[in-house]
Design a protein around this ligand. Sequence first.
Ligand SMILES: Nc1nc2c(c(=O)[nH]1)N[C@H]1C(S)=C(S)[C@@H](COP(=O)(O)O)O[C@H]1N2
Ligand SMILES: [Mo]
Length: 201
Amino acid sequence: MTPISRGFRGRRDASADPSRVPPGQYVTGDFPVLSAGPTPHTQLADWSFAIQGEVDEPRTWTWDEFRALPSENLTTDIHCVTKWSKLDTVWTGASVDTLLDGVDTSAEYVTAWSDGGYTTNLPLEDLTGGRAWVAFAYDDEPLDPEHGGPARLLVPHLYFWKSAKWVRGLELKLEDEPGFWETYGYHNYGDPWREQRYWGD
Ligand SMILES: Nc1nc2c(c(=O)[nH]1)N[C@H]1C(S)=C(S)[C@@H](COP(=O)(O)O)O[C@H]1N2
Ligand SMILES: [Mo]
């Protein structure tokens, strides 16, 4: 290794702005895969996305309809409860605001559900206001199946288990209901800045 590349790597690490790293987290350049089960391989022709539950009328999009929605590019930091954080990750997706446009609801909670049976729960307000996306590309490439492709929820301000891979819909609810990891003892809300890893944190 040349001194130049050593110096470059050193500066890069030293310059990881500590104010961007939540308590108890370390920064990684890798993109670990964390899945509770096998990777589903849903064909795009069979894929749809649904907004259902406590809504005036349910909405669904086929893959082509979903991809025709306005999408956004964003660069953001992600934080996994197993303590890795990854800075400046680059995504493309439809914002949940776009998906909820025109939806009339009195719901305050959402359960995101996925192919394979994974669920996670969030307050509806955490999915709105430009804070959540259904992402279909990572680093300008179609999202890798292991990372949730064809599309995953992306809610970067909460621990990454809230970003459901292979997401297929949002169920809007009047009452909160713990999802998969929340039932197994992960925190119900999961704010990395308050280190809400487990129930009781
Ligand atoms: N459907 C589904 N989504 C999921 C998971 C999962 O097991 N199944 N794991 C969660 C957890 S704990 C994390 S940290 C991230 C991992 O995403 P990655 O594999 O792309 O790093 O996905 C989250 N979304
Ligand atoms: Mo995780």
